[in-house]
Structures are given as C-alpha cells and as structure tokens.
Ligand binder design. Structure first.
Ligand code: ADP
Ligand code: MG
Length: 335
C-alpha cells in the first residue's frame, strides 16, 4: 500500500514537471566512452528538452568522427587509409581530406614537431600495457615518419603515402576538431552560450551572463582538481597536453603518449603545455609542440602566431607565459 502511494506521488511530481512552464537554465552532461575520453557539454537553453536535443546532436557528431578517424577501429576511414594508401592514390571523404590538409599546415608551423605520421613508430607503443618498441624497431620504422610522405591531391580528393610503412594517427588533433564540430552543431541549433570539451580540448561560445567562463589548468604533478591557474575565457578554445595523461615508467624512463617525430621516443621537454586560441582544432594541434621542441623554442613559435597564447610548465615546475598573458601574481615557486 505504502509503495503504491509512493509510486503515485512520483507520478504526480512527474506530471507537475511536465505541466510547469518551460524555464531557461544551464544544463550540463558528462559522457564517457567516445574517442576514449570524457565529453562534457554545458549550455544555456530555453528548456531542458531543447538542451538535451542539442547535447544529443553534439554526441552524435562526435561518435561519427570517432567512427571515421579512430585507429582503434579497423573499419574507420583512417584505418583504411593506413592499410591501402601506400599502394596508390585513394579517394577519401572531404572531411578527412580537409583535416589532413590542416594537419600538414600545423607540421609546417611547428617545424615538424606536430606530425601525424608519428604513428609509423607510435603504433608500437601501448601505454596501457606498458609496451614500447626497442631501438632497432624504432630505427627501422623512423624513416617513414615525415609529414611530407602524405601526398594530398585536392583536385581528386585523394591521399597517397609515398612509401611503405607510413601510418597516420589523428589522436593529436581529432579531439579538438570534434569540439569545434560540436560547437558548430550547437550554433546551428541556435545556442549562444555553451562549453564543449573532449579530454584536454575545450571551446566556449558566449559568456556566463556578464562573467567569463573559468577554465582551470591542472598542476601536472598533483591530483585532478589541483590547478596552477584559472583562466577567464569568452569565445575561445583551450587545449592542454600533459606528460601525466597516458604514461608508464621503466628503469627511470618516463614513456608517455607524445612522440618526437625526429627520434621516435617520448618527447619529454616540458611537463605540460596549454594553448589558447580561437579554434580547438588549432589549439589541440599546437599543444604538443612544446614537448618536442622545448619551452623556449615553442614559446617563440606561439608568440609568432597572432591569435595564440600559451602557458608552459617546464620540467623544473616553473611556469612561463606567452606575451599576451600576464604571469600569475604570487606564482608557485619551482618544485
Ligand atoms: P589528448 O589525446 O588527451 O587530447 P594530446 O592533445 O596531448 O592529448 O594529444 C596526444 C596524442 O597526440 C597522442 O595520444 C597521439 O595520438 C598524438 N601524438 C603523439 N605525438 C604526436 C606528434 N608528434 N604529432 C602529432 N600527434 C602526436
Ligand atoms: Mg588534445
């Protein structure tokens, strides 16, 4: 009897909800398992149903990108390219073609530090299983690492690898791209205040009614909630790469998921790099540079690019900022 009563009260409450006038509010959803990472979408919506439709559309778009670009999925378009593009020109989707063009641009801007053919060696690492290639394996595969091996023909929309052994992986740019696509989807649905993030890549449109969004930059040697600084952002993207993301240690060597295209080893010249700019594809593509080139050279490049700012945590724990950002007052001393 009691149960029945409870049940009917719950029904009444649900009905009351349905009958209530629509109310604008912030709605936030966190989803795991797309692109192997955590997706967060937060937006301001006229009512919850509209918010959920918008968020569903973002997630659908991200699943599509995962299906087409993941190297973990043998059926993905990228896996097909890796299997066949050394045999001759291969026609690919406009979406993948355009992203390959963008990836090559970032290789040029970063003096080759960003290079999707890192995967020609990178595929032999498995950070979850603590597996890494030996010197001989790296030496043999390394000649295939070079973005110039990826031949793109815009007239025929084809890709070809200039030699055998070349592999590509868009893990260093696809999350940022999916965030930008997510924002495009929300804009086309009419949302004007939103935050979308995939792992370490985020983008924001609008503000929080007169206030900026505050995005924390994690302290690379502390727990997830510990930040070195909070950055106020409006209409901007932000990406952080860290050596703490996916790594293992063996005989005092830290193996982690950013690979130096020149050596085939983990690129370990900084602890973390955060890049702020207009698009997440761009900030994602540029955030790996500091690991490969080191803090000074990378900062030179970041300062040269007009719409980019950066915050780098060096190996000794000191933090350096690009010209557009004031250093934090009372910044933490090196540890
Ligand atoms: P997350 O995957 O959490 O967004 P990052 O943005 O730091 O992390 O990207 C790391 C990923 O970039 C790696 O897992 C790998 O797929 C890819 N990657 C590693 N080294 C390079 C490189 N030199 N150039 C381009 N992509 C790289
Ligand atoms: Mg990223």
């Amino acid at each position: 009897m009691q149960q029945k009563l409870l049940k009917s009260t719950a029904c009444l409450a649900a009905l009351a909800c349905l009958a209530a006038p629509a109310q604008a509010d912030w709605v936030r959803r966190v989803t795991d398992g797309i692109m192997g990472t955590r997706i967060t979408v937060e937006l301001w919506a006229d009512d919850e149903a509209k918010a959920n439709q918008g968020i569903d559309a973002v997630l659908q778009e991200m699943r599509h990108i995962d299906d087409s670009m993941s190297t973990y999925k043998p059926t993905s378009e990228v896996s097909q390219v890796n299997a066949k593009a050394a045999d001759g020109p291969m026609r690919i989707s406009k979406e993948l073609f355009d992203l390959l063009v963008t990836a090559k641009e970032y290789s040029v801007i970063t003096d080759g530090a960003f290079d999707i053919t890192y995967a020609s060696v990178g595929y032999m690492y498995d950070f979850r299983k603590h597996v890494h290639p030996d010197e001989q394996q790296i030496g043999k595969a390394l000649p295939a690492v070079n973005f110039r091996h990826v031949l793109l023909d815009s007239k025929n929309q084809t890709v070809q690898f200039s030699q055998k052994g070349v592999r590509i992986d868009l893990g260093g740019i696809a999350k940022g791209y999916s965030v930008d696509r997510g924002i495009d989807v929300l804009k086309s649905c009419g949302f004007t205040r939103a935050y979308v993030s995939a792992g370490g890549d985020s983008r924001i449109i609008g503000d929080r009614f007169g206030k900026p969004w505050m995005v924390g930059i994690r302290d690379p040697r502390k727990g997830e909630g510990e930040v070195i600084r909070r950055i106020p952002l409006v209409d901007a993207a932000i990406s952080t790469s860290g050596d703490y993301e996916r790594f293992f240690e063996e005989n005092g060597v830290r193996y982690h998921h950013i690979i130096d295209p020149h050596t085939g080893h983990s690129a370990s010249k900084v602890r973390s790099a955060t890049v702020i700019g207009p698009y997440a594809t761009r900030t994602d593509g540029l955030s790996k540079t500091a690991f490969v080139l080191g803090p000074e050279k990378a900062m030179e490049i970041y300062n040269r690019i007009e719409d980019i700012d950066a915050i780098i945590v060096k190996l000794d724990g000191t933090v350096i900022y690009s010209n557009g950002i004031e250093p934090a007052k009372g910044a933490a001393p090196p540890n």
